[in-house]
Design a protein around this ligand. Sequence first.
Ligand code: GTP
Ligand code: SPV
Ligand code: MN
Length: 630
Amino acid sequence: ALSAPTLSNNIRGCSVVYGDMARLPLKVKTFIEESVVLCKPDKIHIVDGSEAENKLMLKALKEAGAIIPLPKYDNCWLARTNPADVARVESKTFICTENREEAICTPKAGVQGSLGNWISPKDYDDAIMKRFPGCMKGRTMFVVPFSMGPVGSPLSKIGVEITDSQYVVCSMKIMARMGAAVMDEILNKNVEFVKCLHSVGTPENGKIDVESWPCDPERVIILHKPALSEIVSYGSGYGGNSLLGKKCFALRIGSTIAQREGWLAEHMLILGVTCPNGTKKYIAAAFPSACGKTNLAMMTPTLPGYKIECVGDDIAWMKFDSHGQLRAINPENGFFGVAPGTSYETNPNAMATIVKDTLFTNVAMTSDGGVFWEGLEDTLDKDTKITDWLGNPWGLGVSKTPAAHPNSRFCSPAEHCPIIDPCWEDSEGVPISAILFGGRRPQGVPLVFESRNWEHGVFIGSAMRSETTAAAEFKGKMIMNDPFAMRPFFGYNFGNYLKHWLSMENRCTELGGNMPKIFHVNWFRKDQNGQFMWPGFGENSRVLDWISNRIDGVDCFEETPIGLIPSEGSLRIENLKSQINMKELFSIPKDFWLKEVADIQTYFDNQVGSDLPKEIQAQLNDLKTRVEKM
Ligand code: GTP
Ligand code: SPV
Ligand code: MN
């Protein structure tokens, strides 16, 4: 049942139209008071996370034309954003510290830094005062208590997001544990929480371009102040900009907490792989945005006898336990996955997940009340009409523009995934045996190679590069450095982040544990005709098979200058649907790697400078020597 409306209650003269004032922890009340004074909302709604409340909010969103029902499925909805608000905005994302060096590396003179943006405390305050005063006039302010990680788990962390977007509230219900149980946790245990303030904003001229999706793209800004555990986000309603538990908290603020407390907050999927002999291992993998984490995490293996189970598809919090075993939790509660490319062939488990309780954003719609995007062409029959993500009629083979935005997403509860791991909510986390790095490398980089040791593995993470995708604001395809797939998400100086990663080895050894092995994978190598050389998706189980053997210490590798690759015949390629040129797929062209080494050196010199740990420079020097000897 709904809690009784508490109309007599108000906070700083603003009436609380929903929620229990009596159960409000003092610190939360203070946060609401400050936000009310600043944003001047009409009303306050304290979110309890109940199903009844969720229904009311979805109904209100539907009546406002902000979401469209998808009657083909069960409780599924489509939101169309303002076309100017479709992805994260790295260039407008800032970390605020007293000293610049705490937050970012010092780039070489005359070079634009690309490892995060720093903002001074004064400019931080100014940025807020230029945007927030009165920004919620005419709107309701929602107060969303949420937990990253299961409520009450020792590894979990709590946040309170204040937002003027019902879309955000409904998405947060899927993506995080939220509501009254979390508020009680704050009240009863007096725990600290991350203060998250979000407004979709109001443009300076007061004119909202797209009534159903208010935002202020001109003045969008995403601010983080780790010292005060504070996040302030203005002007965008889109995923990573507005669901503040995700990238802002679990990665940016999270990485600063992790550094302080001696653990790792990473942009990684977590999967369990069971081998034909019944043994099970867990693997974490960092690939840049839209480079295959969700797909690997939910993979249907083609190799007989293998089983994959999903713990998480985007974020891992990892910590060594008292025995020196690295353990990981997925702090999230749902998937905010890339829609295009998801299909019954590539990811049947995702397809089964998204037909219930899912909030889609910027996908295309079918005339029978379903969804459509690039990759689902086979599901269409002749009479189905399609409306593209902008709301215009769209014809297969006729229209020149994509039906769905390339960064369109599904937002679904993790518990609906048919292969969700039985241990996915275990509070102690799952034991991690290997860490994978990877990216979109059309040239030069083999399907898989293993690092020589931990330090070499950390170097491989630091030198990661990948073709840009639609997940960020960059236009056109170019190869960009994306160390640890964390470039947009570092909460502190990348040089110190590397030192933190290097320090993990001592931490583990002192506890008597074994370090996980580190690998690099590349599903995206292309041949001379621009075709992918490796079929990917379920066939990636063949790579996991080799990795699993390596974890078990099987002697199935060959040394190369860049690391260990499968020895002849050790990567199982039987029964592949198409012929693979294994020689090409694993070739390590000397010219390419000489240039790669030079490019990495330039990158380190330009972007990391004196913050680069000497161990990492030494690894690059060694690689250079080995490649030169080829
Ligand atoms: P974020 O949610 O942005 O962090 O992305 P992600 O890393 O989870 O990416 P996701 O798995 O959603 O994949 C993004 C795109 O890569 C989709 O269009 C997929 O179809 C494509 N993709 C994923 N795995 C493979 C693969 O093994 N081979 C090929 N060729 N494409 C893949
Ligand atoms: C990513 O871009 O890495 C995502 C989507 O996972 S968003 O939450 O929008 O950042
Ligand atoms: Mn991501």
